[in-house]
Design a protein around this ligand. Sequence first.
Ligand SMILES: *Cc1c(COP(=O)(O)O)cnc(C)c1O
Length: 397
Amino acid sequence: MTAVFNKPFTLQEPIEETGIAKALEILKSGKLHRYNTAPGETGEAALLEEEFAAYMGKKYCLSCASCGSAMYIALKAAGVAPGDKVLCNAYTLAPVPGAIQNCGARIELVEIVEDYTIDLDDLDAKAKGAQWLLLSHMRGHITDMDRIMEICTAHDITLIEDCAHTMGAAWDGQKSGSFGIAGCYSTQTYKHMNSGEGGLLVTDDDELMARAIIYSGSYMLYERHTARPPMAVFEKIKMAVPNYSSRMDNLRAAILRPQLRRLDDQCRRWNQRYDFLAKGLGKIPGIFVPERNPKEKYVGSSIQFSLTDQPPEIIQAFLTTCLDRGVELKWFGSTEPIGFTSAYGSWQYFKDLPVLPNTDRILAVMCDMRIPLTFDLDDCDLILNIIKDTASQILKL
Ligand SMILES: *Cc1c(COP(=O)(O)O)cnc(C)c1O
């Protein structure tokens, strides 16, 4: 069989009509800036914050220009100071080390294990002398959060979560992003809600949120936020926090609000596709799909698998052959960083990056595929067949 798959892997669903109608209304009014509101009026950005805080069961939420800016602001607002050591799993995306560097902090990279999550033993070993953990649930893989909390408590480490791929996900019934002092989310086009660019930060901490709001660029207009701590909290700090100008605007918030109402349903749709693909891929000789922990409620908006023991030239041939038939896979093991994939060796703005043999070995054979909701189960079936054909043709078993 030589059928070719011809749908793009980067095509998301359209913005729904209610979002478009609201966006048009805002465009016609010219009132795009979040603080461009009449007295007593609550703008779209503030409403989105209220609704996302409620969805997360958190007291406060701040919308930002991106998840990267939300993480940077969360780290600063939590108290990360220049020179501090921030632990972080080595398998993550470039905006994560970027947020740490932006704070002037040092990064301590932690190994990963076969299921792509952080190596908890390596974390425990490196925890001494660290005050902070920026845990990235990279590609939606959630580690054992019970052990994370044990390690953080034992070493007095403050946890901040990067939930760019775990919006809507949970561990043992508790929402991802609600374990740490702050959780950060992305609304960039390829994440779980789409406003082109955008970020959300949630916390229950009064001072953290007051600082975060001012850092984000509220000027002295923070009273117009409605998912915020009492005004007295701002009074104490309002002259002590700089403005990093990283706000979200009303236009983006307006198209996100209807998406939030559908988020859980979208997550269910992702998992139909993910579970179908994971089951099929797992049966292909030479392909390893790690089991998910039963406590993990993941959102399968992308899928990762390993071509265990295959040499680089075979993996390259496998990827090229899949691509010839329209199946676009990313490879975390390529020597040059390509597209969005990012290996920790590329972050050379940090001095003395370590060598992490286990992470290197795992990334060397790891493939990655987006699962846009514009694909249906028939599409997934064709993709599986193409990968299966290619594997039997190319892989050395
Ligand atoms: C996309 C992504 C980010 C950054 O999100 P932006 O909104 O683009 O800044 C951070 N972490 C992970 C794991 C991501 O996939």
